[in-house]
Ligand binder design. Structure first.
Ligand SMILES: [Zn+2]
Length: 250
């Protein structure tokens, strides 16, 4: 018996209105404030063309009026394209008029309708993919605090990267970045060079250890090198190196 619960929760997170709850007011009289935001996919769609419907665009050509958020647009295209392909694989031909949310919900119905049930792997893979999209939309709409880690990546050893489009040699950025979230278990660090990712407290601790180990190894190497150099200088000074002893040995 296939269990679709978490897959359905993930699809809901992407396609259903989002309830936001927060405490407002001062500490002596806090009030719980609830608000219902549009579904994440609709918020993403709105982010693609942030000026749509605004008054500022009057009299301009469509191209000037609608600035395109390329990141939001690319993500939306990715989700739309991939979920249409999922539906296609199940033998359905989604019409162009269908919204991305409708495509995903139609896909879910057909996916669950399989008479033999789906395998756990199949269900988990789709759930993971949809959760990734949810996370990416949330990050895009509300970027979490991010800081650079001042150490090379323990996976690829790269410390500095130049991001796409940067021409200036000086405009390099740290390869390792940390993205902090609450709860802290949802924080992660990532390498902008090789894509290695450390998610959650345990993985971040492992990263810290890997960085410390790499630093200790680097220090040891520098130590060995400078020891080597020192002994070379000493030997040279005492005439052990070179073709002619200086003769000041006893
Ligand atoms: Zn890396």
């Amino acid at each position: 018996m296939s269990d679709y619960t978490y897959l359905m929760i993930a699809v809901d997170a992407l396609t259903k209105p989002v309830t936001v709850a927060a405490w407002v007011g001062d500490e002596s009289a806090p009030e719980l404030f609830r608000r219902e935001d549009p579904p994440l996919l609709e918020q993403l769609q709105a982010a693609v063309t942030p000026d749509l419907g605004g008054k500022s665009g009057a009299g301009k050509s469509a191209r000037e009026r609608i600035p395109l958020d390329v990141t939001a647009f690319t993500l939306l295209e990715e989700i739309d394209g991939e979920t249409r392909a999922w539906l296609d694989q199940l033998g359905a031909r989604p019409g162009r008029a269908l919204t991305t949310a409708q495509v995903i919900r139609s896909w879910l119905v057909m996916f669950k309708a399989h008479p033999m049930g789906r395998t756990e792997v199949e269900i988990n893979d789709h759930e993971r993919r949809i959760r990734q999209w949810v996370g990416r939309i949330v990050d895009l709409l509300n970027p979490p605090p991010t800081f650079e880690i001042t150490a090379p990546c323990p996976e690829c050893s790269v410390e500095w990267v130049r991001l796409g489009g940067m021409v200036d040699e000086d405009e390099q950025m740290r390869a390792l970045i940390a993205v902090t979230r609450h709860p802290v278990e949802e924080s992660h660090a990532q390498c902008r060079c090789c894509g290695a990712r450390w998610e959650g407290v345990h993985a971040l601790r492992q990263l810290r250890i890997a960085i410390d180990d790499a630093e200790a190894a680097a220090r040891a190497m520098v130590g060995e090198a400078s020891d080597g150099l020192r002994s070379y200088v000493l030997r040279r000074r005492h005439g052990f190196v070179g073709d002619r002893p200086t003769g000041d040995r006893h």
